[in-house]
Design a protein around this ligand. Structure first.
Ligand code: HEM
Ligand code: HEM
Length: 146
């Protein structure tokens, strides 16, 4: 039994909780591969001439791989909240906290980046949330009209 196992054992974590489960590992690596593909596609797009089918294909690959990141990121975050994560390596408390905070920044990134890209790519008439925002609310502007 190594040091990490004895520490987590001593604070009561069962064997299965000491490592990421199969689904968490699947989410991690599939999201990583999709992000790598999205970056590769958008970079390759720059090499294709304007208006060529290769450029359109690269853009489509970028958008589809990016959108799939979001499709997987949502259940991934939910799974993380339900299942938790294995205990951090023994070490200073502040380092463990910074490490955990960084993980949440990464979760935010895999949700926020494709979400904002999808919203930006939508036709303007589908931006229903603009109608609901405080600044654009129709009832509000009707009330404040002279
Ligand atoms: C797009 C790129 C990546 C993203 C968004 C990402 C995201 C994450 C997140 C959110 C976690 C925290 C899991 C949790 O405890 O809830 C994590 C853990 C981890 N990632 Fe990544 N990751 C990426 C790429 C990589 C790469 C390229 C490697 C290895 C070369 C890697 C290795 C690991 C390892 C070993 C852990 C477990 C860390 C620990 O238990 O303390 N990740 N990753
Ligand atoms: C994790 C997901 C994503 C990542 C990491 C990502 C990343 C990027 C990057 C690095 C660029 C190039 C920016 C520049 O150098 O100007 C870009 C451009 C773009 N992305 Fe994404 N993106 C993602 C998802 C999406 C999605 C889901 C869509 C649409 C549904 C999208 C649509 C676009 C568009 C329209 C551009 C501009 C292309 C151009 O310059 O002609 N992206 N993205």
């Amino acid at each position: 039994m190594n040091r990490l196992q004895s520490v987590s054992g001593a604070i009561g974590f069962p064997d299965a909780a000491r490592r990421y489960d199969g689904l968490a590992v699947f989410f991690h690596w599939s999201v990583f591969l999709l992000i790598a593909a999205a970056y590769a596609a958008i970079e390759l797009k720059g090499f294709a001439g304007k208006g060529t089918p290769a450029r359109a294909l690269a853009m489509a690959v970028h958008e589809w791989t990016g959108a799939l990141v979001l499709v997987l990121a949502v259940p991934r975050v939910l799974w993380r909240l339900v299942r938790g994560a294995p205990p951090a390596e023994p070490g200073p408390r502040w380092m463990q906290r910074v490490g955990e905070a960084m993980h949440w920044v990464l979760y935010l990134f895999i949700v926020a980046q494709p979400s904002s890209a999808c919203l930006r790519s939508m036709p303007a008439d589908m931006r229903w949330w603009c109608q609901c925002s405080v600044s654009r609310c129709r009832c509000w502007s009707a009330r404040t009209r002279p």
